[in-house]
Write a protein that binds this ligand. Structure first.
Ligand code: HSE
Length: 398
């Protein structure tokens, strides 16, 4: 029997607890032994829970129990998740997490601490919910030079965008539904302002490029400024609008961007709706691979965490690949070429002369909506300044 502890009995922690119970036969067969939840740590009162004796409010109960070998951190937030994770690793207990905030911020420290203690720190559930995306990057694709990765990494915002634009729901009611379904963060600003997507694309970048990308250094836009007008123009071009995390290796470093993109229907991501996430990874040998599935929710997230537990129990996790092995420079996002959707104001009569080869979607003397040729944001801003125009809206196109 392998004894585990679960830290946090919210949506994710209770999902792991229930999945271990519901799938007992499968897990016992896969691991060759039973997985037993010995402790659940939560500050709330669970005295009427059928297994109330398992609940504790004291992390020391877990740290001091030599029979607990795996700890599931499903608390969310940075503190005390950071302290408890370090304590568990130093007590030579492997840790499995879904907490992208701590992985993106402290992953470098945790992975090195886990290696020093000869235990595992696994975080598959921190990116893409139930989708296996980090394991393929760390294992099956690890012989490739990764060129770029981009994806829909936040279920809440994808759910909101889909409900607003396919089912004509209001932003507020779509957000409320995402909260009721357990997709949204405690503070939904982390979802709608792109912070959650940023943490996830940083984790992907850290694995793919071997550096450490500080989430605070990443240009991050959310979905709050996306308007019905943007969507109508997107639809008129057979595109959808998706909040993407984007990371790409270049000669001079890596570029990392979080922003709404106008995604052409030619891309699989364009048709990924509701709570689904999808990540496309481009390796120099494999070319494009796209992973798609439920990016948030109780059991999809539990599925990834239980997979990590099995990896530890079966001794197949291997040595932790540390973040920050290389110095990786994050380059100016304004130097990355895209084609841009621009809504401009000012004297727009000669807009085709300012943006050669642009496609004009609508124009009057005082405003224009255009799609530019491939260029950079720096060049766009220079042209706009020289022509005394103003950018009212800018969306990158994929
Ligand atoms: N709030 C996150 C999302 C949860 O909506 O994707 C999963 O990380």
């Amino acid at each position: 029997m392998v004894n585990i502890a679960i830290l946090g009995f919210g949506v994710v922690g209770s999902g792991v607890y229930e999945m271990i119970k519901n799938n007992k036969a499968v897990l016992t067969e896969t691991c060759g032994c039973e997985i037993n939840v010995r402790y659940v740590l939560d500050i709330r009162d669970f005295s009427s829970h059928p297994e109330a004796e398992k609940f504790t409010k004291n992390i020391k109960d877990i740290l001091d129990d030599p029979d607990v070998s795996v700890v599931v951190e499903a608390m969310g937030g940075s503190h005390p998740a950071y302290e408890y994770t370090m304590d568990c690793l130093n007590a030579k207990k492997s840790v499995v997490t879904s907490n992208k905030e701590v992985v993106a911020t402290f992953g470098k420290t945790f992975l090195s601490c886990a290696n020093q203690n000869g235990v595992s720190y696994l975080y598959e559930a921190s990116v893409g919910g139930g989708i296996p995306v980090l394991h393929p990057l760390l294992k099956c694709l690890s012989g490739n030079e990764i060129v770029k990765a981009y994806g829909i990494l936040n279920g809440t915002t994808n759910y909101i965008l889909t409900q607003m634009f396919k089912n004509q729901k209001s932003y507020e009611s779509a957000l409320r539904e995402a909260q009721e379904k357990g997709y949204a963060e405690r503070d939904p600003r982390a979802d709608v302002e792109g912070i959650d997507t940023c943490r996830k694309i940083c984790i992907i970048s850290d694995i793919a490029f071997g550096g450490f990308v500080d989430p605070d250094a990443v240009h991050t836009e959310g979905i709050t400024a996306v308007s019905g007008e943007d969507v109508s123009y997107a639809e008129s071009r057979s595109c959808s609008i998706k909040l993407l995390g984007y990371t790409k290796k270049r000669e001079d470093g890596i570029v990392v961007i979080v922003a709404p993109f106008m995604v052409s229907k030619d891309f699989i991501l364009s048709n990924v709706d509701d709570v689904y996430n999808a990540v496309t990874i481009h390796g120099n040998a494999v070319e494009d691979v796209t992973f798609c599935g439920r990016g948030a929710g109780k059991f999809p997230t539990a599925s990834a965490m239980v997979g990590d537990i099995i990896d530890i129990v079966n001794n197949t996790a291997g040595k932790n690949r540390e973040f920050g092995r290389k110095d990786v420079k994050v380059v100016d996002y304004k130097s990355e070429p895209f084609s841009f959707y621009l809504k401009l104001s000012g004297s727009c009569a000669g807009i085709e002369k300012v943006f050669e080869n642009c496609k004009v979607l609508s124009a009057s003397d005082s405003s224009a909506v255009i799609i530019t040729d491939k260029t950079t944001q720096s060049q766009v801003e220079d042209k706009v300044k020289n022509a005394s125009l103003k950018i009212e809206r800018l969306i990158r196109c994929l």
